[in-house]
Design a protein around this ligand. Structure first.
Ligand code: HC1
Ligand code: SF4
Length: 576
């Protein structure tokens, strides 16, 4: 510990931290813009300036270490003026379209400007125009709103290890962009959207499909169904000021009905189906085709794209099982359409996902069934939040409603898909039963849980003990695959989720702003996944193979896992 003094008050703080961290620890808010704990501590934006006794110049507190006896001032006019100047300069070159901006009311720059009391912008610099790029289904970039904080670059290179962004040009002309301003489609972007979560402004945003969805909803000829990913029920409440991780499953269904969807389905049901297929694949490979081990999960489209870009040699290891939202789409336009006598050409499947890569996945050419796209539109949690606000629904006080048959009943295993480790835990519960004929003593597999980036454990299935691995954040997947290749650490089955935390931390989830996003392993992901694990714990059905709807789907349509029909509609291929 060291003793420091901030604004005339003495504090004891841990040694080795920065002035910014120390101040925040004792509840003194120093504003910042470029700072992301551990991965972007670069002192570039000059917003977090403070006075340090004995030094002539102001210092960026995010890179200034505390030491014994340090005296700091955060409350002088000189400090406030410096912060104001830094933000005013950014605003002078910023396309200030707040009223129509995708991040209106959830923008860190807007917020800072308000907090610092900026009322005019004397330096109206020359506006640069680097254009607007959206030539792909998922991510759009508006350079004119970039503040050069480099947070996108930090996340993409240090956490995801995709290295899409770099600083182009120098000095005032610097811009953070893929090389040659190429579109995300043409670089090694995996569409995970983590850079959107990191962006303080609307420079990065998902490509919105809201207007197109309103259009189909108002077309009387269309039968429009919504499906909701497991994690949405624990995150969308945050948009309406509910505590992080609040469970709002029933209100979510209610909101979707009021928006006008003809049916509302739970993707959790087809998550159970994914487990039946993927669990069967695991057993098949363990017994008959061990050369195709390790089995790698494939329900996360960001991870699939990562493997396609960087590890094509592992593509034969990916599970061919389609992801739950694609399965839901495929089944609605085949089995469901026939069962309920609805023309599949009139069905529109809209998936509410915590994910930007799902927009890209839904547009992949192989994601069709009988000539129809499985999923027609993907809306992020944020986009659905915007639609709910457009209608003026009082979300917090909506009544609870239930999902529609036959995508209404699901197991706890289907729900924990939304957290890192959940898919693997769900698969082990079912693989155990499929292989041994007996249930695991307790369904909980604690070793699969928690936020550590790369986890290994062992499971015994009958007479076989297998090593499992769980990675979240593609940088961790890379680590696991490299260690596998070098022989340092072998495993038989690995779950990968591209986003830190899994889908609860997905690139389409509510943006909590820099302070909460500052640490990549920060608490909000725990709060969200804890709620998912609680839902699982309180369910009477906790294993995918016990879900009566799954029995029904196999009896009425698929026959058995890995059957010919399953392969036709529920499995896919990958392209290096
Ligand atoms: Fe996910 Fe999945 S869990 S990928 O993380 O397998 O997006 O929530 O819907 O498809 O079920 C996301 C979440 C989601 C799929 C399922
Ligand atoms: Fe990098 Fe993901 Fe953003 Fe693509 S979407 S640029 S991979 S962080």
């Amino acid at each position: 510990k060291v003793s420091i003094n901030i604004d005339g008050i003495d504090y004891e703080v841990p040694d080795g931290i920065t002035v910014l961290e120390a101040a925040r620890m004792v509840n003194i808010e120093i504003p910042s813009l470029c700072y992301l704990k551990d991965i972007n501590e670069i002192g570039a934006c000059r917003v977090c300036m403070v006075e340090i006794d004995g030094l002539r110049n102001l210092q960026a507190s995010c890179v200034y270490p505390v030491k014994e006896g340090l005296r700091i001032k955060t409350n002088t006019k000189r400090v406030l003026d410096a912060r104001k100047t830094a933000v005013t300069l950014l605003l002078s070159n910023h396309h200030r379209e707040c009223l129509t901006c995708a991040r209106n009311l959830n923008c860190e720059l807007q917020n800072l400007s308000d907090k610092l009391g900026i009322r005019n912008i004397p330096y109206t610099g020359e506006m640069k125009d680097y254009g607007f790029h959206n030539n792909n289904p998922a991510i759009q970039r508006d350079y004119n709103k970039c503040v050069n904080c480099r947070r996108c670059m930090a996340i993409c290179s240090k956490i995801q290890e995709c290295n899409v962004y770099s600083a182009i040009n120098r000095g005032l002309d610097t811009v953070i962009s893929p090389a040659f301003h190429k579109d995300m489609n043409d670089v090694t972007c995996i569409m995970c959207g983590q850079c959107i979560l990191a962006c303080p402004t609307a420079s990065l945003n998902e490509k919105e499909d809201i207007d197109d969805v309103w259009k189909v909803l108002s077309d009387p000829d269309k039968f429009v169904v919504a499906q909701t990913a497991p994690s949405i029920q624990v995150t969308i409440g945050e948009i309406f000021d509910m505590p992080i991780g609040s469970f709002v499953g029933g209100k979510l269904v209610s909101a979707l009905r009021r928006i006008g969807f003809d049916k509302v389905f739970a993707t959790d049901v087809t998550a159970d189906l994914t487990i039946m297929e993927e669990g069967s694949e695991l057993i098949e490979r363990l017994i008959h085709t061990p050369e195709k081990l390790p089995l790698l999960s494939s329900c996360c489209p960001g991870w699939v794209k990562f493997a396609e870009h960087f590890y094509p040699e592992f593509l034969p290891n990916l599970s061919t099982t389609k992801s739950p939202h694609e399965m839901c789409g495929a089944l609605t336009k085949t089995w469901y359409a026939k069962k309920y006598n609805i023309d599949p050409s009139k069905i529109v499947n809209v998936a509410i996902m915590p994910c930007t890569a799902k927009k890209y996945e839904a547009a992949r050419p192989e994601m069709t069934s009988d000539g129809y796209r499985n999923v027609d539109f993907v809306l992020t949690t944020r986009e659905l939040g915007k639609m709910i606000r457009q209608l003026g629904l009082d979300f917090k006080n909506l009544p609870e409603d239930n999902y529609d048959e036959p995508f209404d009943q699901f197991s706890g295993a289907g729900t924990i898909f939304g957290a890192t480790g959940g898919v693997l835990e769900a698969a082990i519960r079912t693989a155990h039963k499929l292989l041994t004929g007996e249930e695991m003593d307790v369904p909980d597999f604690e070793e699969a849980r928690g936020q550590s980036g790369l986890k290994y454990s062992q499971v015994t299935l009958k007479d076989k003990t297998i090593t499992i691995a769980i990675a979240h954040g593609t940088g961790n997947a890379k680590k696991a695959l490299e260690m596998f290749k070098s022989g340092e650490k072998k495993f038989d089955y690995m779950e990968v989720m591209a986003c830190p935390g899994g889908c609860v931390g997905g690139g389409g989830q509510p943006i909590l702003g820099g302070k909460d996003h500052n640490h990549i392993s920060l608490g909000y992901r725990h709060n969200r996944s804890d709620t998912l694990y609680n839902i699982d714990k309180n369910k009477s059905i906790r294993r995918s193979h016990e879900n009566p709807r799954i029995h029904q789907i196999y009896e009425e349509f698929l026959g058995k896992p890995l059957s010919e029909i399953s392969h036709k509609y529920l499995h896919t291929t990958f392209t290096p």
